[in-house]
Design a binder for this molecule. Structure first.
Ligand SMILES: [Zn+2]
Length: 87
C-alpha cells in the first residue's frame, strides 16, 4: 500500500537540509545526524552509517559502519561459543 501523501512529501523534500537518507534499500528513511557527528544510526532500521560533512549543515552518507556489524557478529560469536579471548 502506497501512501500518496507521504510520497509527495518525500518528493518535495529531497534536498532536506541537514538530513541524509538511509542507504538501506528496504528502508530509505531520513536520518538527522548531529552537527559534526561522523556516524549516524537510522532510527527506523538501526543501520549505522558513516557521515561525511560536505560543509556545515550538509551531511552525506559515506558508507556503512562495518565495525558495528563486526562488533555485533563478534558479540554473537562470543555468546555462541561462550569463550572469552584475551585482549
Ligand atoms: Zn534505515
Amino acid at each position: 500500500m502506497i501512501d500518496e501523501k507521504s510520497t509527495a512529501e518525500s518528493l518535495g523534500s529531497t534536498r532536506t537540509y541537514g538530513q541524509v537518507r538511509c542507504m538501506n534499500p528496504s528502508c530509505t528513511s531520513r536520518i538527522t545526524p548531529q552537527p559534526g557527528q561522523t556516524m549516524a544510526k537510522c532510527p527506523k532500521c538501526g543501520s549505522e552509517w558513516r557521515i561525511f560533512w560536505v560543509k556545515a549543515g550538509l551531511p552525506r552518507v559515506r558508507g556503512p559502519v562495518w565495525e558495528t556489524s563486526l562488533k555485533m557478529a563478534n558479540a554473537k560469536w562470543d555468546t555462541l561459543t561462550d569463550k572469552k579471548e584475551e585482549k
